[in-house]
Structure formats: structure tokens, C-alpha cells
Write a protein that binds this ligand. Sequence first.
Ligand code: ZN
Length: 149
Amino acid sequence: MSAALEDLYQQLIIDHSRRPRNFRALEAPDRRLEGFNPLCGDQVTVYVKLEGDRIREAAFQGSGCAISTASASLMTESVRGKSLEEVERLFQAFHALVTGKGAGREVELGKLAAFEGVASYPARVKCATLPWHALRAALAGSGQSVTTE
Ligand code: ZN
């Protein structure tokens, strides 16, 4: 990746960590689930409204580091309107990207590609994936909370 593009991606993460989008509780959510990353102290609650098998709206609240906040912000933007199957494919591609396995090019990551640099910092992978683990557990309807440990 060129230096300019790398800088742009970092700007995107900084912007979303400072002004997170969809940072609110949804009223009467179909799904709500809390996630914790004890390694870093990140905490996120994910709210989802469904329409059939599609995500109508996703939002989050919580406190955490810049990476986890930006990841939750960009995730809630990215999954809006997507089917549960599409969300799962997006997660798999995102997970591959941040763990340095290379995102499957068959999935369009869009802005989520900004997290490519996380692969160089293994300790931050859980920060980036925490909101996704919470979202997946919420969609699976499994329990009230999830932890990365
Ligand atoms: Zn973190």
C-alpha cells in the first residue's frame, strides 16, 4: 500500500474513533449483546434491528481504545441493509485481513480495508474484532455477553 493511502486509512480510523457513527442505544432492538476484551479493557454493547434476515439498523455504545471504537463505528455502517449471510462473509474477510491472512478478494470490504494495518499489531486484533464477535453472537441469539478471552 502506498504511504499516502496508508495515511488516508489511518485518518479514517482516527475520524471514526473520535466521532463514532451510530453511537447510541437503539430503542426496542431485536438483538442486544455486550462484548468485552479484557486484554485491552474494551467494552461494547451492540444493538441490532432486523427486517426479515436483513439488518435494518445497527448501533453501539461502550468505551474502548481507538481501534475498537473505530471498528464498531465502521462495522455498524458496513452491515446496514446486509443479509445475515452477507454479514458473516464480511466478518470472515475482515478477520482474515486483520490477522494478516489477506482478505478474500471476492468480498468487497470497502472502508473496512482501513484496518489492514492491524495485522502488524497482533495485540490489537481483538480490539478490532470485538464488535464483530458481539454482533455475531447477537445475531446467533446466543446469550447476553461475549468475551474475546
Ligand atoms: Zn482495545
